[in-house]
Design a protein around this ligand. Structure first.
Ligand SMILES: C[S@@+](CC[C@H](N)C(=O)[O-])C[C@H]1O[C@@H](n2cnc3c(N)ncnc32)[C@H](O)[C@@H]1O
Length: 207
């Protein structure tokens, strides 16, 4: 980490606070309709946790499903800087990725990120394995189809972190369905971590 990272994170966190003010009292239906305006970030606790996990795992090929404006990318890219890896970050919203790219440039982390605009279900087919670490954080109905595409490419002790398992409430049916699927896979060991919006952490374990 360096001062550029700190400055970019501070700016993101200011935007998180500003958006909380805008969203205060707003009906959830309106937040949902306007969701592309907002960061929808994993939050700082989860960001630091995932950064530590990527470094501890010495993950090199990292995949992020859902760049949004780059809040989570910042932590993953900084971890990739430490491990000598690359974050392949996927988002269907090209304008959001452009914003994220500008932030990574300012943080001095662009060389550790491969930008993959477009539908994740298509982009994932072009990503080679073995994948060491994945953050799944796109629209919730896509978690299971993305998991099925990812799993055969995961390295033998890869890690998959899936966000929004507990919040928001509207995502619970999709989150519960995802958790049931990962727990049914004999090659995954999974647990629910009550940090941030709830993270399902699944470790690949092939005997
Ligand atoms: C919750 S946000 C990601 C937040 C980000 N991980 C962070 O912590 O800052 C979900 C993102 O998934 C993206 N998304 C939705 N459907 C997608 C698809 N089919 N392929 C790729 N990205 C998609 C949305 O554009 C949105 O930016």
């Amino acid at each position: 980490m360096n001062h550029d990272f700190d400055r970019v994170l501070a700016r993101y966190n200011q935007r998180v606070r500003d958006e909380a003010v805008i969203q205060h009292g707003m009906p959830f239906s309106e937040i949902h309709t306007r969701r592309d305006e907002f960061l929808l970030p994993i939050g700082e606790d989860v960001g630091w946790f995932l950064r530590a996990l990527v470094i501890a795992r010495r993950a090199k090929r990292i995949v992020e499903l859902g760049t949004s404006y780059g809040y989570s990318t910042l932590f993953l890219a900084d971890a990739a800087r430490v491990t000598g890896g690359v974050v392949h970050t996927l988002d269907i919203a090209v304008d959001k990725q452009a914003y994220a790219r500008a932030q990574m440039e300012q943080a001095g982390l662009c060389e550790f990120v491969a930008w993959r605009p477009g539908d994740a279900l298509k982009s994932l087919q072009a990503i080679k394995g073995p994948i060491d670490f994945v953050l799944i954080d796109l629209w919730k109905d896509l978690y299971i189809p993305c998991l099925e595409l990812l799993l055969p490419k995961m390295s033998d002790n890869g890690v998959i972190a899936a966000d929004n398992m507990l919040f928001p409430a509207i995502s619970r049916p999709d989150a519960d369905a995802y958790r049931a699927v990962v727990r049914d896979k004999s090659e995954l060991q999974s647990m629910l971590l009550p940090i941030g919006s709830g993270v399902e952490l699944s470790c690949v374990w092939r005997s």
